[in-house]
Write a protein that binds this ligand. Structure first.
Ligand code: SF4
Length: 314
């Protein structure tokens, strides 16, 4: 059973943490509620933090020459207040592994925030992001930053979780790594997860690890960046299928022909969208335990985040 790191996760406070919504309510999102059991949560409500009360009149985003945050009922332009708060809050974070924000919000929305042409919010311009979320995305380009709306999509949610737990593991590793042996051990646990995301980065990182002796500290910090860059893009089904076939190379001598054929047919049906990856990973995991393939049982790819987070119905 894998021991998971506890990610440091900034979460919009209205996701059932504090009664800070404009109407004094909270949003009960099952995934956000479950996820916080596995994380150290840092709550934030940018609107309450800049002095807007609860309850409060709504604010909107207006697209002029730039995006403005306006409260139509009072005519207040609170753009500068929000920008200053965002900077101050983000500066104050010592370490963080990801952000889960509230969708559609003019402050927190990572997606689907309504943008208006006029300060009264009558003429619809389009959809975009909230002002606080924009500052987060600009500053933390290598961290997972999502809102609960986007995480209703299973693939986006899985990718968010993979990155969140991997980056938390990386942070803990970087704080305790002593020598090249530690780096080799960490890199080998992540080999197949990185391969699924980017073969090119895996090669680059392999070279870096091989030469890490020359300047360990520098290699470590370069490794951290490459690691986060590698995980940034969501793998395709083809990339996962290719990784599964590589993994099968460790098991193929121990398996019967019929078992292998069955597994390969499952990989094909996964590629065709008829099976999920989780099923295939569980089969590999069982075989790895059965044949005592320690190199595989240690692979993060087989269980990148707690399985309990896989079964949340959205
Ligand atoms: S969406 Fe953001 S600003 Fe709005 S209530 Fe929630 S935490 Fe506060």
């Amino acid at each position: 059973m894998r021991k998971f790191p506890k990610p440091l996760l900034v979460m919009s406070a209205c996701l059932d943490l504090q009664t800070v919504r404009y109407n004094g309510e909270v949003v009960k999102d099952p995934f956000a509620i479950k996820l916080r059991e596995y994380c150290h949560v840092i709550p934030v409500c940018p609107e309450v933090s800049i002095g807007l009360g609860v309850p409060r009149d709504k604010v909107i985003i207006q697209k002029g020459e730039s995006l403005r945050l306006i409260q139509p009922s009072t005519g207040r332009d609170i753009t500068q207040l929000m920008l200053s708060f965002s900077k101050e809050f983000l500066d104050s974070l010592e370490a963080v592994d990801g952000f889960l924000l509230k969708s559609k919000s003019p402050s927190c929305g990572v997606s689907n925030t309504k943008i208006y042409k006029d300060p009264q919010g009558k003429e619809f311009y389009g959809r975009g992001k909230g002002l606080f979320a924009i500052q987060v995305l600009e500053r933390y380009q290598l961290l997972p930053v999502e809102d609960e709306g986007r995480l209703k999509n299973k693939e986006i949610r899985e990718h968010f979780l993979v990155r969140l737990f991997a980056i938390a593991d990386l942070r803990e590793f970087l704080s305790r790594a002593q020598d090249v042996k530690d780096l080799v051990e960490f890199h080998s646990r992540y080999k197949y997860l990185i391969m699924a995301h980017s073969q090119a980065k895996l090669k680059q990182m392999g070279q870096l690890v091989a030469e890490a002796k020359k300047n360990f500290k520098e290699a470590l910090s370069k490794y951290g960046i490459l690691f986060m860059e590698a995980l940034k893009r969501r793998p395709t089904k083809g990339q996962h299928a290719n990784t599964l076939l590589h993994i099968m190379g460790h098991l193929s001598r121990a398996l019967k022909k019929s078992e292998k054929e069955h597994f390969y047919s499952l990989v094909e049906s996964y590629k065709a969208g008829q099976r999920d990856l989780y099923t295939l990973l569980e089969i590999i995991k069982s075989w790895s335990y059965r044949f005592d393939e320690k190199y595989l049982t240690h692979q993060v790819y087989l269980e990148p985040y707690p399985n309990e987070l896989n079964v949340i119905q959205q």
